[in-house]
Design a protein around this ligand. Structure first.
Ligand SMILES: Nc1nc2c(ncn2[C@@H]2O[C@H](COP(=O)(O)OP(=O)(O)OP(=O)(O)O)[C@@H](O)[C@H]2O)c(=O)[nH]1
Length: 216
């Protein structure tokens, strides 16, 4: 049986980061499994992607943002974020830190589905940002952290996106569920929790809470 877990609206993911950090390369690698060297950087690119989460079809909209557009519009639009920097560019890492602050400020301090992505890991000889720096920043903002190379591998990029979609789904779903009626019975609440976290067998997650397993 398949239906769309997030109601009629697709899960919206914004790819943010400084110019030349690899936003487009990461996005295209995830969607096509291929690496393309050069991309136009003057506008936002929208992609619609469908995947399966626990036998349920999930629609995702991915916005590969251009650095010249208004960041607030992008933040307001998205449910989840991939914040990209290049491990060979310290300035792009500072930009990523600034973006995490802006997202938290604009969306309220509550924990948001965000992946901090250190890209161009294949250029180790030009590294300017230590792995620890990325880990420290992700701890500070309570977000997930991955180092990847869009040029070299699909797997790392795919795992990062899968992990973000898994984390984003319950909150996105809660946004589209009907507003709670005052007289919501305990049975109704149990049913809604069952929808959000899935009834099928599930893997325990980092904080011990039950989470549905994810298959792409
Ligand atoms: N070696 C290496 N180069 C990469 C990698 N990812 C992207 N690049 C290169 O970095 C440059 C910028 O990549 P883009 O994906 O266009 O970066 P962007 O963040 O979309 O840049 P703007 O469009 O200017 O915002 C291109 O020359 C890519 O080929 C990577 O993982 N490794």
């Amino acid at each position: 049986m398949t239906n769309n877990l997030t109601g009629n609206r697709a899960l919206r993911i914004a790819i943010l980061g400084s110019s030349q950090s690899g936003k487009s390369a990461v996005t295209v690698r995830y969607l096509t499994k291929r690496f393309i060297g050069e991309y136009s950087s003057s506008k936002d690119f929208f992609y619609h992607h469908s995947l399966t989460v626990d036998d349920v079809k999930t629609d995702v909209e991915i916005m590969d943002t251009s650095s010249c557009k208004c960041i607030y519009d992008h933040i307001a639009w998205a449910d989840a974020f991939v914040v990209v920097y290049s491990i060979c560019d310290k300035d792009s890492f500072h930009e990523a830190r600034q973006l995490l602050q802006t997202i938290a400020m604009y969306k309220g301090a509550r924990r948001l589905p965000i992946i901090l992505l250190g890209n161009k890991r294949d250029l180790e000889h030009n590294r300017e940002v230590a792995v620890d720096d990325g880990q420290e920043l992700s701890l500070l903002w309570q977000c997930q952290f991955y180092e990847v190379s869009a040029a070299e591998s699909y797997i790392g990029v795919s795992l990062a996106f899968q992990s973000l979609i898994r984390e984003a789904k319950p909150s996105a779903l809660l946004k589209t569920l009907p507003p709670m009626r005052r007289k919501t019975s305990p049975a109704m609440i149990g049913k809604m929790i069952g929808i959000v976290f899935g009834k099928t067998g599930s893997k325990s997650s980092r904080n011990g809470k039950k989470r549905p397993s994810l298959s792409i």
